[in-house]
Ligand binder design. Structure first.
Ligand code: GDP
Length: 424
């Protein structure tokens, strides 16, 4: 059984907590794309954890976690993330963590290139998290990437690095006028942070194929949401990888397998980090109230997130791109702070009402068309079943379910592991 847990919106929907919750029913959890540019926040009986690279299943000792070939891995960050979790009492060993030999390493020179390019762009910047993700995916497709498996063959790694570094240093010194990197420093970096990870590096295709044949339950965990997909998202304000469920088998290392169930995680309102079109954006006091109620500050960067009402047009498109079979509606409790709740039911583009999510300049010009739903203005965080919710909250769920035309199975009403209810 292969399940994908994916984001319907711009990311930060609460995927981490749903993976943490649902990984109870899984044998293996796989991250299939992205790097440490986003964070999953998980709160459970062991504490509060921010996971940037490790799959959220790592918090359950009986689950095996896999970091797939579609990922880009800053090994320095990973070594520190593992150390921190160990300090918090989480056991991590080659028995419960497998890293693909084909995953690309994100070295310091790519982090530098990311920062230098954002600085060059000035007020036209993308709002990158400055973790090197765009340059390292660029390297991958330019065939200038160094892979995790290369850490097992340092002579080969050094040979490739010499060529790559020459090219990278030309970029850094000649284009950006910044200091380059020496071979000695880089070899020492690969040695220092590669050594503790060597035992974790395996052929994850063979591992997952065998696991699947043995009937193991495998879950694919996405980072970010459909609207950040490099192909289908709000390009160029997207991430640099494919985040959609259809990519999961590829980025996990099992391109020959098909997903049985795509569970879309969809937030009860909208948030967006970084630049780019965000049609439903709220400003001023209204935005402050919602941001504070939802604790909407980036898990990886601490940046305040842009916030807005639920966007039916964007979410319906997200459901389509993710091939979602069912949904989890998260953070419904946050809307307790609102009296009337705005829901964007269509876009107005130059006087034309549109309900298909546009791209490019048409999206830039879109204005929200709102309907207002009654708020409930009471604490719903203790609700354990649908009947515990006030009528207005049930109406809100039903309205959204109908609007995006996909069944909502779970509704979360608080950050804790058991703060949720099931609809069926
Ligand atoms: P992810 O990247 O999709 O996992 O999302 P993030 O971790 O960036 O953001 C989700 C945040 O919302 C985390 O701080 C969670 O602890 C929190 N959260 C998740 N579900 C709920 C919920 O139902 N209610 C509230 N109030 N917070 C939630």
């Amino acid at each position: 059984m292969l399940t994908a847990i994916v984001g319907i919106n711009w990311g930060d929907e609460g995927k981490g907590r749903m993976v943490d919750l649902l990984s109870e029913e899984q044998d293996i959890v796989v991250r299939y794309q992205g790097g440490n540019n986003a964070g999953h926040t998980v709160i459970n009986n062991k504490g509060k954890f921010i996971l940037n690279l490790l799959p959220s299943g790592i918090l359950r000792p009986e689950v095996t976690c896999v970091m797939g070939n579609g990922m880009v891995i800053d090994i320095e960050h990973l070594v520190h993330e593992i150390e921190k979790l160990r300090e918090a009492g989480i056991a991590i060993s080659p028995a419960n963590l497998k890293i693909s030999d084909k995953a690309i390493i994100c070295p310091p020179y790519d982090v530098a290139c990311d920062k230098l390019e954002e600085a060059r762009l000035g007020d036209k910047k993308f709002g990158s998290t400055n973790r090197g993700i765009a340059p390292v995916y660029g390297d991958k497709y330019m065939k200038k990437g160094i892979r995790m498996g290369d850490l097992l063959h340092m002579d080969y790694l050094k040979e490739r690095l010499a060529n790559i570094l020459e090219y990278k240093n030309l970029t850094i010194t000649k284009i950006y006028n910044a200091p380059g990197y020496t071979m000695d420093d880089m070899i020492s970096w690969f040695e220092t942070y590669g050594a503790p990870l060597r035992d974790y590096i395996v052929d994850t295709t063979a591992f997952l194929d065998e696991a699947n044949k043995a009937g193991k339950r495998i879950m694919f965990e996405a980072q970010l949401g459909a609207l950040r997909d490099i192909d289908f998202g709000i390009y160029p304000y997207t991430s640099s990888s494919n985040v959609i469920a259809a990519y999961a088998p590829i980025g996990a290392g099992v391109p020959h397998l098909k997903i049985d169930r795509s569970l879309g995680i969809m937030k009860a309102y909208s948030t967006c980090v970084g630049e780019g079109p965000f049609t439903v954006e709220m400003f001023g006091e209204e935005a402050e109230t919602l941001r504070a109620a939802g604790g909407e500050y980036g898990a990886a960067t601490g940046r305040p997130r842009r916030v807005g009402g639920f966007d039916v047009v964007a979410s319906k498109y997200g459901v389509l791109c993710q091939g979602a079979d069912e949904l989890a509606l998260t953070k419904l409790d946050v809307l307790s702070c609102m009296d009337k709740i705005p829901v964007c039911v269509a876009y107005d583009i130059n006087g034309k009402k549109v309900d298909l999510f546009p791209s490019g300049e048409a999206l830039n010009q879109a204005k929200p068309v709102y309907e207002y739903l009654e708020g409930w203005q009471c604490d719903i965080s203790q609700a354990k079943k649908l009947e515990d919710l006030p009528k207005q909250a049930i109406d809100y769920i039903k309205f959204i379910e109908k609007a995006v035309n996909c069944p909502i199975r779970y509704v979360s009403v608080g950050p804790d592991r058991d703060a949720y209810l099931t609809m069926f």
